[in-house]
Design a protein around this ligand. Sequence first.
Ligand SMILES: [Zn+2]
Length: 184
Amino acid sequence: MYNRYSFSCTRCGQTHVCDTGCAFEVPYHYFNLSDEQKASLATLDTDFCSIKHDHQTDYFVRAVLEMPVHDDANLMYSWYVWVAIDEATWTAYQAFLRGEGPAINGAGWLANQLSAYPETLNLQVEFRPRAGGLRPLVFVQRIPQQMAHPLLQHQYGGFGVAQLQALSEHLVHANSTESPTNAD
Ligand SMILES: [Zn+2]
């Protein structure tokens, strides 16, 4: 699913071979639960997560936030992120997956902190289901309070080879205890 590319690193001088994608195994909200809470309140598989609270249930779906590399058509960076969606959107999406309803776009909130970016938790996103077993796409919503966010700017055409390399250098040299991994 990922492409790989190599570049000469400005930090250490070595040539790194990197994936053009980064995957989060769990939503931030799940990551922060105790083991006991995970067992008693939450369900989790590769694409769906729910967390049951006293008065509400939070629903999360794994989706893809793509950042086209505008000056190299062969490159695309893919963030495999979790998105919080409301119960109606969750129900409609489950029906779509069972072939019992149409694909309905919905609103959601980003449920991971992306490395190398300012706060991305709870950024408002559009959630677009896709047919054919593909994960839903996620687009950062172009609303006034988010227009200056680098993630939004990168997704809508501000992401080039130089930004891709800077992101890759950050990920290569970042503390390896961070939760995202480069494995699918
Ligand atoms: Zn390096």
